[in-house]
Design a protein around this ligand. Structure first.
Ligand SMILES: *Cc1c(COP(=O)(O)O)cnc(C)c1O
Length: 373
């Protein structure tokens, strides 16, 4: 196996699930979003370990992602967050995915597809209370629920919404979340008035799991928190979870460069004195953002060293200083969960993005190695 790999610490996932369980109490179910290949961690391994650690539901964004879980032998309920095309419905039903339904048109199409397959398809109503993405308006929810209940091939199993602003304790943010939750509660009341049971009610992403107890209902859906990161830097102290992904590599080549000699494309880095330079077989083609060039350090034998010059597609160079304490083949921690190393959160804040994007972008060329230690 190549030097560069993503160690996936499943024991930390288990601990993170336990931390969420302590926070939410014994009642609410836990749904683990494993979309985008489990935020880059490997969907089926995360799903299996997560279910083993007490999660009840999984969630994906595409039918293809759901199919992959089923092909891997995972039997737990799988929610489908995004709206599939009509031509994907047969596959969605064959793989026993549980869709969100945003309107009657989709309900009718899913009802027809389920009837054709002879299946009773469990579905969750998706209400748009302010995210502005997919879902019915709150005042349409009761009508949609009645319509779904009238279709024999559909089984109304749950009711969901998604919060647009849940990761900040600033007053405006709290107010925005409360407003969404109030709209959601009104819609739930309206559905109950028709005599229907709202089923499994869920709204909380990671931010709401940390900040909004009144968003727990019957199930929470924290993603990034279970992968070990707070949904925003502001909530770091609350998160108390550990990064599950650790990106590692090795020094595969060491050389001396003389004062004034340049390293990597464009010659942007010039040795200020005689230096030892190491080469790491990791680049933007693996998902290490090229924009980190000139602004990143990796951990080797417990010490941070800066990268030298531009990050290439497949390799990058590290400035090991004037005298090498580092040997060829030594292990390099790039980010995640080793004492002293940068985290995906640190990288995200350098690049003005969120840790989600950093772990998601570590791509297929990087083997995932699952560990419980
Ligand atoms: C991605 C997603 C989540 C999880 O969000 P995090 O911020 O990672 O906790 C929950 N619900 C829905 C509908 C999502 O799309």
């Amino acid at each position: 196996m190549r030097a560069t790999k993503a160690l996936i610490h499943l024991d930390r996932l288990t601990k993170n699930i336990a931390a969420v369980r302590r926070r939410i109490g014994p009642e609410p179910l836990i749904c683990i979003p494993v979309k985008a290949d489990g935020y880059g961690h490997g969907a089926s391994a995360i799903a299996e370990a997560g279910i083993h650690a007490g999660a009840s539901f999984l969630a994906v964004a595409t039918v293809q992602e759901g199919a992959e879980l089923r092909e891997a032998g995972i039997a737990a309920p799988v929610l489908l967050f995004s709206c599939p095309l009509p031509e994907e419905l047969d596959e969605m039903i064959a793989y026993k995915l549980t869709p969100f339904i945003p309107d009657k048109e989709v309900a009718a199409a899913m009802g027809a597809a389920a009837a054709k397959a002879g299946a009773a398809l469990p579905v969750h109503i998706k209400i748009d209370t302010g995210m502005g993405r997919v879902g019915c308006r709150p005042e349409e929810a009761a009508g949609l629920a009645l319509y779904i209940a009238s279709l024999k091939a559909l089984r109304y199993e749950g009711t969901a919404t998604h919060l647009a602003i849940a990761d900040s304790a600033a007053q405006d943010a709290i107010r925005a979340a409360k407003k969404q939750l109030a709209r959601f509660n009104e819609a739930l009341e309206a559905i109950k008035k028709t005599g229907l049971d709202t089923g499994i009610v869920h709204a909380a992403n990671s931010g709401a799991t940390l900040l909004h107890e009144d968003a727990y209902f019957n199930m929470v859906r924290p993603g990034i928190l279970l992968y070990g990161y707070p949904p925003s830097e502001e909530l770091s102290a609350l998160a108390q979870t550990e990064p599950v992904m650790e990106l590692v590599s090795s020094i595969v080549f060491i050389k001396k460069v003389k004062k004034g000699e340049a390293v990597s494309y464009g010659g942007t880095w010039v040795a200020p004195e005689d230096r030892i330079i190491g080469t790491i077989p990791l680049g933007y083609g693996d998902g290490l953002p090229r924009r980190l060039s000139g602004d990143f350090q990796v951990l080797i034998n417990g010490k941070l060293y800066p990268l030298a010059g531009r990050i290439c597609m497949d390799q990058c160079m590290v400035d090991l200083g004037p005298a090498a304490d580092v040997n060829r083949w030594d292990k390099v921690t790039v980010f995640g969960g080793s004492e002293g190393a940068f985290s995906a959160g640190d990288i995200a804040s350098k690049l003005n993005t969120i840790p989600y994007e950093i772990t998601c972008n570590i791509n297929k060329r990087v083997p995932r190695v699952y560990t419980t230690a």
